[in-house]
Design a protein around this ligand. Sequence first.
Ligand SMILES: [Zn+2]
Length: 184
Amino acid sequence: MKNGKKSLIGILLLTVFLVNITAPVSAYTYSGYKWNTNYVGYQKDSSIPGSWSSAISAAANTWNNAGSTFSFNPMITNNKLYYAGLESGTGARTYQTENNGHLTRCTTTFNNIYSWSTSSGGTSGCLDVQSVATHEFGHWLWLYDLWDDSLDTEKTMYHYTGFNEIKKRTLDSDDIAGIRSIYY
Ligand SMILES: [Zn+2]
């Protein structure tokens, strides 16, 4: 059984490699791991400010409305959102747990060393909760960050966000292609 699992991983890696060769322009990048259900819960830890609720559900609903079969749902779960200290330079971080080829748990921490905004137009000097939450929920799909400064800056999965940036609230067609390719 162990050998069987190893060769499966080898095949997955090889597939990713071949796709990269034939399509050097990456519309999205994906780990290859998905949830074994299309209905995944998220829960706000008590550290998350109560005023963030609608921004976070708006971020979840943005992915829910992307035309895939997947949905994020607020519920009591181990998949949690936290507001806590991270290192300088990081807005938020998501950890994925994988078991037997499937995603089994995600957590996201929003960095409390920065100021955050839920204002509809964003706020100068603040990171935008909805924009960053939409990006991090993309990592809950185990989409990867995108790094191409000439091709990817308008995509929700672009790796960088600035203060008062709200554009990641809405998905780019490539982000949509990403979730649809995983959950269809
Ligand atoms: Zn990211």
